[in-house]
Design a protein around this ligand. Structure first.
Ligand code: FMN
Length: 204
């Protein structure tokens, strides 16, 4: 495939446009964050990168806690709103109609309308040039019962999660495979994922 060589850029995609809640049940805020990622399995840890100029920055720094709420496609407009307006001027819960639910292990609220929330406690703040990394432990997970099937299995595919890629929002689409399926030679797996063989990227 022909390539053009560009300089370095923050072009990882897709990434999740999560809504991060902070504060407490009375005084809380929501900031949309796309620069986030899991960095350790046991104990489970993630990072969020937040510019020090954000209103949420000091709240998270002082309280040492936040929740990462996964955004479903139907809440993309709301997530965008929470990523444009500042909590210094707007009560984003009031403006968006999102409702708060109590978390299990942190005092920041979680968002009722989101299918899954990760409750996080900050371990370390790692400054970068534009953003600071909040490295945090995921101390609890809150899951909507709607996305747990009758066998108790988490069905995130039913959550209709949104993705963010180069400034645009998308909805996750067709399931293409499952972890390890490339090594599974069984007929049923091949039949289920028959459209995803080793192949070249489709041209338009
Ligand atoms: C899709 C999207 C992703 C964003 N990702 C980040 C991010 O990773 N880090 C950050 O500091 N700001 C990010 N922002 C910008 C903040 O969400 C925005 O400045 C917000 O208004 C800050 O809210 P606050 O002042 O109430 O904290 C993002 C905005 C959008 C719309």
């Amino acid at each position: 495939m022909a390539k053009v060589a560009w300089g370095g850029g923050a072009l990882l995609a897709p990434v999740p446009p999560v809504m991060v809640t902070c504060g407490d049940m009375e005084n809380s805020n929501i900031i949309t964050v796309a620069w986030t990622g899991i960095i350790n399995t046991k104990p489970p840890r993630l990072t969020i990168a937040v510019r020090p100029t954000r209103y949420s920055y000091n709240i998270i720094k002082e309280r040492g806690e936040f929740a990462v709420n996964l955004t479903p496609a139907q809440l993309v407009r709301t997530a965008d709103f929470c990523g444009i307006y500042t909590g210094a001027k707007v009560d984003k819960f009031k403006k968006t109609g999102l409702t708060k639910a109590e978390a299990q292990n942190i005092s920041a609220p979680i968002i009722n309308e989101c299918p899954l929330a990760l409750e996080c406690k900050v371990i370390q703040i790692i400054p970068q040039e534009t953003h600071d990394l909040f490295l945090a432990e995921i101390v609890a997970v809150d899951v909507d019962t709607d996305i747990i099937d009758s066998n108790g299995k988490l069905r995130l595919d039913k959550a209709g999660l949104a993705a963010f890629a180069h400034g645009e929002y998308f909805e996750l689409g067709r399931r293409l495979g499952r972890f390890g399926f490339s090594t599974d030679k069984s007929k049923s797996t091949n039949k289920k994922y028959k459209n995803n063989k080793h192949s070249e990227r489709k041209k338009d």
